[in-house]
Design a protein around this ligand. Structure first.
Ligand SMILES: Cc1cc2nc3c(=O)[nH]c(=O)nc-3n(C[C@H](O)[C@H](O)[C@H](O)COP(=O)(O)OP(=O)(O)OC[C@H]3O[C@@H](n4cnc5c(N)ncnc54)[C@H](O)[C@@H]3O)c2cc1C
Ligand code: SF4
Ligand code: SF4
Length: 1020
């Protein structure tokens, strides 16, 4: 086997790989991906490295995976098993056939509740397993921060460790057995082995392996005693120290072996009872040093976790919209560092007593009154979320200097922790950098990443710091790798840490298992150099092409000398941490949730874009059909804009891409029909009898599918005769002076009774609602969809605003030919020039209101929020920025007024006592759901429950398109539709998004209402 890898990336098929691909395609059911684009997407993990795999297999069955393994080995091709690909050290990249288990091989295979054991396939994600176990009162307690992405196969591969390892141990302490396949094709259950092998009934090959491993361990006993750190957190090298003769577990040799010894087919785990009660003490420290002196004392109280968060991290969390509120709830003053100390168990009194002891201890340490006691479970969960997001929060730093993981998890005995962190901080300073400290203080394993520029002098500094850090760790008898493993960045350091004898013993073990060196080569033994830049993501010749961008990316530009590189820098913000692979809380990323595919994941898209704009996918990749396909299922939900820890905004990137793509590729008729809808809407509404025929005449829907690509399984929105603006006042380009009363002619709109469609028009009681002086003026901006397809929503909003006493302006453009438009449909098609024209027209019309700071209120989240988002990307600064400050959704406005005590809205109880609310993705992305809930709760006695849903799957026109129908329904079925179906008939289903309401109707046969209509029903 070659001892080094050459990292020059060539993202094109190589000779011989064609045969391998052909064999795989013939013999397995799952997907075989050998194209340059797929391989590019699998060439990175959460490390600094990038290596092109030979190809990728996504096995459908266990048999598939084994056949793929066998074929690759027969062809002499290396194999690299993969889970979430969240490894930080480069374990999951290599010139090999990648086998990705996460899509299909993710099931529980066996469960014994009494014995508290479970057997899982390697692609099972930890959070999913724990959700599955929860009803049984059990959990798998190796609670890694990446619990929503990390697979049990990957966790076993890396010997992962959780925040509560001081109580539960690492992976190696919780894996019972592994069903493994070896490089020669033999398959054994690796598990407990008795001391006396004479009585051990096992296959001959396995027994032989056990004997040889035991012999190596016995031979090296003295060296093991001398060289292996006596620490819980030690995950470097192979676990030879656990292979002693007095009975051992062979699975423990595979744990932490990073796929270099065997392929894990199934993993048997020991489970723990879920702790019934938890309390948390947040200990505040005036200096970092004192925080580092404390854990050695705190652990005597037997906490379940002691986790550090330092000043930088606190600051970053405070500046992060997702975490700000939580931080302010548990933080007192301005500490230099805090320690989160958790006590957990079955007896609440015991936990509370321990919390008291912690308070006393902190007093004895000279810090009385420094503990914030948190007993509320929900707040505890929120605090842990902030801690878990620590690294991701830190990675949100913009610019070329990034926190780099290479000494991030060294562990030292607690008595040296303060001195070690102090000395290492000074090493950073010497090299002109700094690091942020956080994480597992209980076990002396603190995370720290010095900030380095890996495109400039980062590699040299990395080596210099690593040299000093490893010497220091050796001096303290610590572990150079205390959590993340070896991979490409740390395997080189096994020799200096463990010495030549143990290094040779590791090679011997590797050769026993994998004589041809085909299982994840280059990791743990016979490694490459950590600073070999040819293996880096940013190789010496890395350069992004200059793109003449149509949107404003200046916030990412790296200073004046980097003018114009903002788009590339924004794309490069993705550091591959895999957070977008989460599936439970939040909205990101619906297309991945529906497909389970890397291509349809924010990370996969960002990587593909990065490879495309840096020429690694061939010329013109940036405007190619392959890139279009990569972005095709992105529903522009903006989930990533808010939830990606580094702020990757794929919806915006998609617009930029589509703009460039459109320069080379014509649009289809369907795409034109959708994009230009706001322009032809006035005459389409007039021709509604013809326009609506598609869903009335049998066969026309099918024809529209075959000719235009609209799914025949959907009804299209119906053009209405009672269009809102047709009956609205006309014209009113300039605002009336404050207090002059209603905009001319608007009042007859009041006459529409709540909830009516065109057939229920009434002339009742319009003007009666305008009483006395208006309390203020607002602009109601009615979007194309509510205007032409659901005008009752606009009427409801008007009625509600008037009932609350506002003077409502309904401005029209000077040309007056058609209503104002946000340009959303143009943006979705990449027609940025058209969208910009709409933005200019809207801004020009609203200018008098903008100048006077009049709130501009909208109903359709995706439309109104375009004014706050894409308008300023297209027209940065000036009036667009001013408008963005004043543009708000109806609920935001009403909630604001209610909070300020100004809202004069009299509402009565409704016959329905419950509202089930589905938030539009953009409402979630802009953190507006609390406002929506707040406003619904203004209705007396109305109980409001929000569905924990991601995107509804309709996403504008996406779900109407025949090629997207299936995936659209899958997105909806993930959580939204089951929740709606489960609601009883008396429950109001509420959704502000036009397309969300259609999806709910199509999928669950329930009519959902806009919040404006719920309020209108409740008007006194
Ligand atoms: C933001 C962030 C926070 C993190 N926090 C933690 C933390 O708190 N604790 C911690 O321990 N780690 C942490 N990690 C590292 C990483 O998430 C964990 O190591 C995780 O367990 C890896 O799981 P995965 O599914 O992504 O594995 P992958 O990265 O896909 O694989 C990991 C290794 O396992 C091998 N492997 C996978 N499947 C098999 C199989 N079937 N057979 C044999 N070998 C296999 C792979 O080849 C690879 O060597 C963090 C990483 C990030 C980016
Ligand atoms: S897109 Fe964001 S969340 Fe996803 S891997 Fe990249 S940085 Fe992480
Ligand atoms: S915008 Fe939505 S669908 Fe697109 S990548 Fe981001 S989270 Fe995924």
């Amino acid at each position: 086997m070659s001892s080094t890898t050459t990292g020059v990336i060539k993202l094109h098929p190589r000779t011989g790989d064609g045969r391998l691909a052909a064999r795989l395609k013939r013999e397995i059911e799952g997907e075989v991906l050998f194209d340059a684009w797929s391989r590019g997407r699998y060439s990175t993990d959460a490390s600094i490295y990038q290596l092109e795999p030979v190809g990728v297999v996504i096995p459908k069955t266990e048999r598939d995976a084994q056949i793929a393994l066998q074929i690759a080995l027969e062809e002499g091709v290396a194999v690299l098993p993969r889970g979430g690909g969240t490894s930080q050290c480069g374990q999951t990249v290599g010139h090999a056939l990648v086998i990705d288990h996460s899509k299909h091989l993710n099931q529980v295979v066996a469960f014994d509740r009494d014995a508290r054991t479970v057997c899982v396939q390697p692609g099972m994600v930890l959070d999913r397993l724990n959700a599955w176990l929860k009803p049984h009162g059990l959990w798998y307690p190796v609670d890694v921060s990446t619990s929503a992405q990390a697979t049990l196969g990957g966790m076993a591969g890396n010997n992962s460790c959780g925040s509560r390892s001081i109580h539960y141990g690492n992976m190696v302490h919780n894996v019972r057995a592994i069903d493994a396949v070896l490089a020669d094709g033999s398959e054994f259950e690796f598990g407990a082995v008795p001391a006396d092998l004479g009585k051990f009934d096992a296959p001959r090959g396995y027994l032989e392996l056990v004997r040889k491993i035991r012999a190596i361990a016995a031979r090296e006993a003295e060296e093991i005693e001398h060289r292996f750190p006596k620490l819980l957190r030690r995950v470097g090298g192979y676990n030879l120290d656990m292979m002693g003769g007095a009975g051992h577990n062979m699975a423990h040799l595979l744990v932490g072996s990073e796929g270099t010894l065997a392929y894990s087919k199934r993993i048997h785990l020991n489970l723990s009872p879920l702790p019934k009660h938890k309390v948390l003490g947040v200990c505040h420290f005036p200096t970092f040093f004192r925080a580092m002196e404390a854990p050695q004392h705190i652990i005597k109280l037997k906490p379940a976790a002691v986790e550090l968060v330092d000043r930088t991290m606190i600051g970053l969390a405070r500046g992060n919209p997702e975490f700000k509120t939580t931080v302010n709830r548990f933080l007192k003053g301005d500490p230099d560092a805090i320690l989160l100390v958790e006590f957990a168990g079955s007896d609440q009194h015991e936990q509370l007593a321990k919390l008291k002891q912690l308070v006393e201890l902190m007093g004895e340490l000279g810090l009385p009154g420094s503990v914030v006691e948190v007993t509320d479970g929900a707040l505890q969960r929120d605090i842990w979320e902030v801690r878990k997001a620590g690294l991701n929060i830190m990675m949100s730093m913009k610019g070329d200097g990034k926190p780099v993981s290479f000494i991030e998890d060294c562990a030292v005995p607690l008595e040296h922790l303060a001195e070690y962190t102090d000395r290492l901080t000074r090493v950073f300073e010497k090299h002109g950098t700094k690091g942020t400290w956080y994480a597992h203080a209980s076990v002396g394993c603190l995370h720290v990443r010095p900030i380095l520029n890996m495109r400039a002098d980062g590699a040299q500094k990395m080596r210099a710091i690593a040299e000093e850090a490893s010497a220091m760790v050796r001096e303290y008898k610590g572990a150079y790798s205390g959590e993340h493993g070896d991979g490409l960045v740390r395997s080189e350091w096994i020799a200096p840490m463990f010495g030549p004898r143990i290094t040779r013993a590791f090679e011997e073990i590797k050769d026993l298992f994998d004589p041809r060196g085909l299982l994840n080569p280059g990791k743990i033994v016979r490694p490459s150099k950590m600073d070999d830049r040819t293996l880096f993501r940013y190789k010496p010749d890395y350069a992004a092409q200059k793109i003449d961008t149509v949107l404003d990316w200046s916030e990412h530009e790296g200073g004046a000398e980097h003018r114009g590189d903002g788009f590339a820098k924004a794309v490069e913000m993705c550091n591959n941490n895999g957070h977008c692979r989460k599936f439970d809380a939040g909205a990101m990323c619906p297309s991945f949730r529906a497909t389970g595919e890397e291509q349809h994941l924010t990370r996969g898209r960002a990587n593909t874009l990065r490879l495309a704009i840096t020429g690694q996918l061939g010329p013109d990749a940036f405007t190619s059909d392959e890139l279009y396909a990569t972005l095709d299922l992105c529903v522009s939900c903006k989930g990533c804009k808010r939830e990606c820890p580094t702020g990757v905004d794929m919806a915006k990137m998609k617009i930029e891409f589509l703009h460039h793509y459109r320069q080379r590729h014509a649009m289809s008729i369907r795409q034109r029909l959708i994009a230009y809808l706001p322009r032809y809407a006035p005459w389409a509404a007039r021709l509604r009898r013809v326009m609506n025929l598609r869903d009335q005449v049998p066969g026309l829907a099918a024809l529209s599918e075959s000719l235009l690509g609209f799914s025949s399984k959907r009804r299209l929105p119906k053009w209405r005769s009672d269009v809102f603006t047709e009956s609205a006042p006309h014209p009113n380009p300039l605002p009336a002076a404050r207090g002059e009363g209603e905009t001319a002619g608007a009042s007859h709109l009041d006459s529409l009774s709540p909830g009516t469609g065109e057939s229920q028009r009434s002339e009742r009681g319009g003007r009666a609602r305008v009483r006395g002086q208006p309390v203020g003026e607002v602009v109601l901006l009615v979007d194309t969809f509510n205007n032409y397809f659901e005008p009752e929503n606009a009427r409801a909003a008007l009625a509600v605003l008037r009932a609350a006493g506002y003077q409502v302006h309904l401005p029209r453009a000077q040309d007056s030919a058609r209503p104002l438009c946000c340009g959303r449909t143009f943006l979705a098609a990449g027609l940025v020039a058209d969208a910009e024209a709409e933005a200019r027209r809207t801004i020009a019309t609203l200018k008098p209101f903008i100048d006077r700071g009049v709130p501009v209120i909208g109903l359709e989240p995706s439309c109104l929020l375009t004014l706050r988002d894409e308008f300023i990307s297209m027209l940065p600064g000036g009036d667009a920025a001013e408008l963005a400050l004043n543009a708000m959704l109806l609920e935001e406005f009403l909630a604001r007024e209610a909070d300020a005590g100004r809202l004069r809205l009299k509402l009565k109880a409704l016959p329905q006592k419950k509202a089930l609310l589905h938030g539009h993705c953009h409402q979630k992305a802009f953190a507006l759901m609390p406002a929506v809930e707040r406003v619904l709760r203004l209705v007396p006695q109305l109980e409001v429950e929000t569905i924990a849903s991601s995107c509804c799957g309709m996403a504008g026109s996406f779900g109407y398109e025949a090629d997207h129908y299936e995936v659209s329904m899958k997105m909806a079925e993930a959580s939204l539709l089951p929740a709606v179906r489960a609601a009883d008939a008396d429950t109001l289903i509420v959704a502000d998004g036009t397309s969300c309401r259609h999806q709910i109707h199509d999928g669950a046969r329930r009519n959902a209402l806009h919040v404006a209509r719920v309020l209108e029903f409740a008007l006194e």
